[in-house]
Design a protein around this ligand. Structure first.
Ligand code: R5P
Length: 297
């Protein structure tokens, strides 16, 4: 498969992201027709000839996750039936948080997702900042998760005044990301410990008391979903004397009133990448994926 050019198929959830990747790789777009019926079902028709072609299907799996997943399955299945070598490029990979059976009887959602993609003929998958890299081991074909953290750090370093700031990881799971971010912006970092009650969802945060009086904090996480984690971290930071807070994340899922809750907790801005298109997508990270694809040869 090496030395053969890629083609890009822009999935309905990631049209702009796909255009950007196609431009950077100087690829042709696959011709197709996509529509949704009034009852919400998806329709996909492949128009291009794809036999023997390497096709990058760009489709982020953000809410409505099942709908976007079904679109990816239809597209991949048809492409593979027609003889293409299918790469699923999911800037945000929904269902990746459940990579273990935390409570007996729970489904390992990520494992099932990997099986569905394999069934659909996907031969290679790339996402960004998967929730836990251990999860990649559940996918039985080559799967990669380069990080967008350096790109976010570069943005913050160039566009913000980071003097007198501290970088904060709201939990142990994001500590490596926060540490890398802190090193790139040249600031110290703090790591909190978060415990989530597996039945009620209630969050508790443990931290070492320090005097952060008058400083600014950047709370760095892989994703913001309900905003509960950022709100909890912001309350702790306020109690330690922090005067200004910004939340930085790769994937801004922002369900329900997450943005308002975060604002009400004293966080003045949210800086996110464009893996999910939102009003907070200030940083284009398509180059991280394009650069990874260039290495595939
Ligand atoms: C979990 O450990 C993740 O890294 C995020 O902290 C979490 O998924 C964010 O979710 P929420 O915004 O609902 O707290």
């Amino acid at each position: 498969m090496s030395n053969q050019e890629f083609q890009v198929l822009p999935g309905p959830s990631s049209v702009l992201f796909a255009r950007s990747i196609a431009k950077q790789l100087n690829c042709e777009m696959v011709d197709m027709e996509f529509k949704e019926f009034t009852d919400g079902e998806n329709y996909f028709r492949l128009i291009s000839e794809v036999v023997g072609k390497r096709v990058l299907v760009i489709q982020s799996l953000y809410p409505p996750v099942d709908h976007h997943l079904m679109q990816l399955i239809f597209i991949s299945k048809k492409l593979s039936e027609e003889g293409a070598f299918v790469y699923a490029i999911c800037p945000y990979l929904g269902y990746s948080r459940q990579h273990k059976e935390y409570l007996t009887g729970e489904v390992m959602s990520l494992k099932t997702l990997g099986q569905l993609l394999a069934f659909s003929g996907v031969k290679h998958m790339i996402t960004l900042d998967i929730h836990n890299v251990e999860g990649l081991g559940l996918i039985k074909f080559p799967a990669f998760s380069p990080s967008a953290i350096p790109t976010l750090a570069e943005y913050v370093k160039n566009c913000e005044d980071v003097s007198n700031s501290i970088i904060v990881s709201p939990d142990l799971g994001s500590s490596a990301r926060a540490e890398a971010f802190a090193e790139l912006v040249g600031r110290p970092y703090l790591i909190f410990e978060k415990e989530r009650d597996r039945f009620t969802g209630e969050l508790k945060m443990k931290f070492t008391s320090s005097n952060l009086s008058g400083s600014k904090a950047y709370i760095v996480d892989d994703m913001i979903s309900t905003g509960g984690t950022i709100v909890k971290a912001a309350k702790v930071l306020s109690s330690l004397g922090v005067k200004e807070m910004t939340a930085v994340c790769v994937h801004a899922i922002m369900v329900a009133d997450a943005a308002n809750r975060i604002k009400a907790a004293g966080v003045s801005s949210i800086i996110a990448s464009n893996t999910i298109p939102t009003e907070f997508s200030k940083v284009d990270v398509s180059k991280v994926i394009a650069d990874h694809i260039k290495l595939l040869g």
